[in-house]
Ligand binder design. Structure first.
Ligand code: MOS
Length: 743
């Protein structure tokens, strides 16, 4: 069973730490973007391309248009007057720069070629299936090894400082001189987020204003990107996303269907809704790119790591360069004096890949922490002791201290809880009573701690209620609960007297919520607004406030305070870029220090000797995320991250067939994710030490670091169980069988 996470706040009165929106969620009162059913609603369905790449030579929509109830079929034949939204990582707003439906070019299998709108979902679905296209196919490439993949060094293609090659010391020379060395290549597949809430939107016009309801992590980008696409004033775009049913990076920008839906809604004078099907999701939006990592590590005879060289290539589309940032954490995991990082794009014919939970850190940590395990064995050291011996308090890249780093404490506490001291070092030396091979693996993870510009507006009412309107999105991670708890604790009011408004461009900018910066960024602004509110209410700097009386004493019905905050080192220019809907990120390097969240994972696997089926009966994870802002949702985040890691190590892979393009296994039947039966005991614990150098209330980030290192800990445990090292994910039964039955 999970430990009750420590809150570190035993000196204050007990607070209700439940998820504040739990009741709405379990009763169905929480309405997601596509739960809306406004009067006159019309339903949209996409028709998609069936070639890997080419040109549409003939598009026949007559049969589709003839289906009873069909209102509109939009395609490139309509010469839609839409501009590109630009790619979110290329200075724009979109999930990719390519806006389908504008011309006859098909860039990838599954690309939208028509949007059918009808009175009913049934009619729209039937009609979409009747859209007929003929193509002039063109050659395409969809795997890292395919002919036609174009490789470009990242610093050559995108000469931006934060994407530069990393060179600390002389890693090639230090590696060449190291007496103990590892040189290995690790392969990881493309993956798809598959959140519970499918991608989709409900869109209508109110006069000259377009209203978009969509589950998103970035209402601001939708607002400004859609305005750019339609050529209208952003003031005439309203985006609302009170709830998002899982984002994981997939919902971090303007999706390709929003502009066509806006066009359809305007032409029809009716609201239009689209829910992208699970199968179409695999080609409709971003995904985790396949990546290949060569890691070379060197150590001395005493188990001191001397050199690391981490070279990565990952897939991107022909039309966009999704950046690589894998070295950012691998250069910081240990006190390695000589580090070299190289990152390369591999352009191929898919939609643009993008951020999927722990987008760089998870694949980077799988590769690097597998290699560290290999190095520990090569050096004849226990993998836990080896990691502890190479700990550092200084950021090897900047030479500055970390604002906080309790990674060694995470490792020690996790090892104790897990019972690591009973481990036998020799692989394949531990057995369970039923004869299964038992393996124990450890790995660590890190994730940059960042801050973005944020705003908060706090309104105290004469009824004693407090409303907090923020720049931030709730996608299940618990930002609403964290904000409500902070306001309730600060003012000494009941948490249920606090209402939190998120994801609404009418009340705040709505900067991208991602990169595990959401809670830290919002809480900073809320904290500042509360300070001002207390002043206006004539309250002391600390201590409980009788909100109703204090407001009444002012003679007004409400008293409000507003705060706009920037990250350390950010300027008003950064604030303005954020207001224009662009991501503006401070960190993880700041003046005088670097900030990261840290985690250690301990994993037990059992490998059934006949079938080679791998089970994960237990995981112990200890995180250093600074202050734990909301204990219940924080523990959920870590459990979720562990499940993601188990999925990545044993289950999830986009299957790609070089003959057809696209992704073959575009369904949850064929793209298996972990289910309850796959998950054993998850024991989650927190260091819960506030990082006040990084943040005014001591919060770093948690969501993504939770996943980082899990896959390596699983793979290291499989090695310990079987004596065979697996360097390609996911590790499947056939891989273990092949390795154990090989002559
Ligand atoms: Mo997260 S992958 O930065 O939404």
């Amino acid at each position: 069973m999970s430990h009750q996470p420590a809150t570190g706040r035993h000196d204050t009165a007990p607070v209700d730490t439940r998820r504040v929106d739990a009741r709405e969620k379990v009763t169905g009162a929480a309405l997601y973007g596509t739960d809306l059913h406004p009067d006159g609603l019309a339903h949209a369905v996409l028709a998609t391309a069936t070639v890997g790449r080419g040109r549409i030579t003939d598009l026949d929509v007559a049969a589709a248009a003839a289906v009873p109830g069909v209102l509109l079929v939009l395609s490139h034949l309509d010469r839609l007057d839409l501009r590109s939204p630009g790619f979110i990582m290329g200075g724009g707003y979109g999930v990719q720069s390519l806006q389908p439906l504008l011309d006859d070019h098909v860039a990838y299998r599954g690309q939208a070629i028509a949007l059918v709108v009808a009175e009913t979902l049934t009619a729209a679905t039937e009609a979409a299936n009747l859209v007929r296209a003929r193509y002039a196919p063109e050659p395409f490439a969809v795997t890292l090894d395919a002919e036609g993949v174009e490789r470009i060094s990242q610093p050559v293609a995108v000469p931006l400082p934060f994407l530069a090659d990393l060179d600390v010391g002389d890693a090639e020379a230090a590696y060449a001189a190291a007496p103990v060395r590892v040189d290995a290549v690790y392969d990881q597949p493309s993956q798809h987020q598959n959140p519970m809430e499918l991608i989709g939107a409900t869109v209508w016009w109110r006069g000259d204003t377009v209203v978009v309801h969509e589950g998103t992590q970035n209402a601001g980008a939708i607002r400004h990107g859609l305005a750019q696409q339609l050529g209208i004033d952003p003031a005439n775009v309203e985006v609302l996303s009170p709830y998002t049913g899982g984002g994981f990076g997939q919902k971090n920008s303007l999706q390709i269907h929003i502009a066509p839906l806006a066009v359809a809604a305007r032409r029809l004078g009716r609201p239009v809704k689209l829910v992208v099907s699970r199968a179409q999701l695999f080609h409709h939006t971003s995904f985790r790119p396949a990546s290949r990592h060569r890691v070379r590590l060197g150590a001395d005879e005493h188990g001191r790591m001397l050199a690391a060289i981490h070279e990565v290539e990952h897939q991107t589309s022909r039309h966009d360069l999704f950046p690589l940032m894998y070295n950012e954490i691998t250069a910081r995991l240990y006190g390695i004096g000589d580090f070299r990082g190289r990152q390369t794009f591999a352009r191929m014919d898919t939609q643009s890949p993008g951020f999927m939970r722990a987008p760089f850190e998870h694949p980077a940590a799988f590769a690097f922490e597998s290699a560290v395990d290999e190095l520990a064995y090569a050096a004849g050291r226990d993998p836990l002791e080896f990691r502890l011996a190479n700990d550092t308090t200084v950021d090897p890249v900047s030479g500055e201290p970390f604002s906080s780093r309790h990674l060694a404490q995470c490792l020690r506490r996790g090892a104790k809880t897990f019972g690591w001291s009973a481990r036998r070092q020799r692989p394949a030396s531990m057995r369970a009573e039923d004869g299964s091979l038992v393996g124990w693996g450890v790995a660590v993870g890190a994730y940059p701690a960042s801050i973005v510009p944020s705003t908060a507006h706090v309104v105290a009412g004469v009824d004693g209620r407090v409303r907090v309107e923020v720049d931030g999105h709730e996608m299940g991670q618990g930002i609403r609960s964290a904000i409500a708890l902070l306001a309730a604790e600060n003012l000494g009011v009941d948490v249920h007297a606090v209402d939190v408004v998120v994801g609404d461009t009418r009340v705040a900018t709505q900067h991208l919520t991602a990169g595990s910066w959401g809670t830290a960024s919002s809480l900073g602004a809320v904290h500042a607004a509360l300070r001002d509110l207390r002043k206006q209410l004539g309250a002391d700097v600390n201590g409980p406030v009788d909100v109703a009386s204090a407001v009444r004493a002012t003679g007004r019905d409400t008293v409000d305070a507003r705060a706009e905050t920037l990250g350390p080192g950010q300027t008003e220019q950064d604030g303005e870029r954020a207001r224009q809907g662009h991501p503006v990120i401070a960190g993880p390097e700041f003046t005088g220090y670097s900030s990261f969240s840290w985690i250690a994972h301990f994993v037990e696997v059992r490998v059934e000797p006949t079938t080679c089926r791998i089970r994960v009966p237990r995981v112990v994870s200890v995180a250093d995320c600074g202050r734990v802002a909301s204990p219940v949702t924080a523990a959920s985040q870590v459990r979720g991250g562990i499940v993601w890691g188990i999925g990545a190590s044993l289950r999830e892979a986009g299957a790609v067939d070089p003959r057809y393009g696209g992704f073959l296994n575009a369904s949850l039947e064929e793209y298996p994710v972990p289910v309850n039966a796959d998950i054993g005991t998850l024991d989650v614990d927190f260091i819960d030490e506030p990082d006040l150098r990084f943040h005014p209330v001591g919060v770093k980030g948690l969501g993504e670091v939770s996943m980082v290192g899990v896959a390596a800990a699983v793979a290291n445990a499989v090695y310990h169980a079987t004596g065979v090292r697996h360097r390609r994910l996911p590790i499947r039964i056939e891989d273990v069988l092949a390795a154990t039955t090989a002559p």
